[in-house]
Design a binder for this molecule. Structure first.
Ligand code: IMP
Ligand code: MG
Length: 208
């Protein structure tokens, strides 16, 4: 059997225990394509915990179905699900939007659909970042047509001054400046999803 954990933070919120492999922070510091930290890991985790508390209260007695939008939301959803202190179900969908490597055109297509039937479910869409809002606007319309009992959106990040579609966001983690960012699930050409902080990407723009 492994020994009892003697980490001084072990009784605190488990997302904040600071257990990470040695050398993780140093590794990212050496990457010249990464710019300033926009939201540090600890701030992210504290805010995710607050969102979880809010969602726990709001959904008392009606277990939400968390719908994660892949791939970007996978880190956020996994942390969020664990700080909601009541039953939840989890499903995922993947969408692809036509556009350049760093901007959406608004023409969205479902690449992987949900397994669940949404009829009469309390659906909470979990999204990584809202830029133009076109992706979420499409997802919202598509899911509403499946007649859920309720549908709300929880977005970790919202880029300021960029929205071209008016969407009702029930839960928002942070409003951030309109730079291209990576980390905590967000990528550029599939890289940096495992970066623990949200940082500005300042490297070359990949060709589609
Ligand atoms: P929108 O449709 O313009 O709101 O774009 C939303 C989607 O584009 C997000 O779900 C992300 O997948 C992607 N995206 C937008 N901005 C960023 C960013 O700064 N970094 C990484 N992905 C982004
Ligand atoms: Mg996304």
């Amino acid at each position: 059997m492994s020994p009892a954990v003697d980490d001084p933070h072990a009784s605190g919120p488990f997302l904040l225990r600071g257990l990470r492999p040695v050398g993780v922070a140093e590794r990212w510091e050496k990457d010249p394509d990464l710019g300033p930290v926009v939201v540090p890991e600890e701030t992210l985790l504290r805010r995710v915990t607050e969102l979880g508390e809010e969602i726990t209260l709001d959904y008392e007695g009606r277990a939400p179905l968390l719908v994660g939008v892949l791939k970007g939301a996978f880190v956020f959803m996994s942390d969020l699900a664990r700080v909601i202190c009541q039953p939840v179900e989890v499903d995922v969908m993947a969408v692809a939007s036509y556009g350049s490597a760093t901007a959406t055109s608004g023409v969205v297509r479902i690449v992987k659909d949900l397994d669940s039937d949404l009829t009469d479910r309390h659906v909470l869409v979990v999204e990584d970042i809202v830029d133009s809002g076109l992706t979420l606007s499409y997802i919202r319309r598509n899911l509403l047509a499946r007649r859920p009992a309720s549908l709300e959106i929880c977005a970790l990040l919202v880029k300021e001054g960029r929205q071209r579609a008016d969407i009702d966001l029930r839960y928002v983690g942070f409003h951030i400046p309109p730079d291209f960012v990576v980390g905590y699930g967000l990528d550029v050409a599939e890289r940096y999803r495992n970066l623990p902080d949200i940082r500005v990407y300042q490297g070359p723009v990949p060709v589609d």
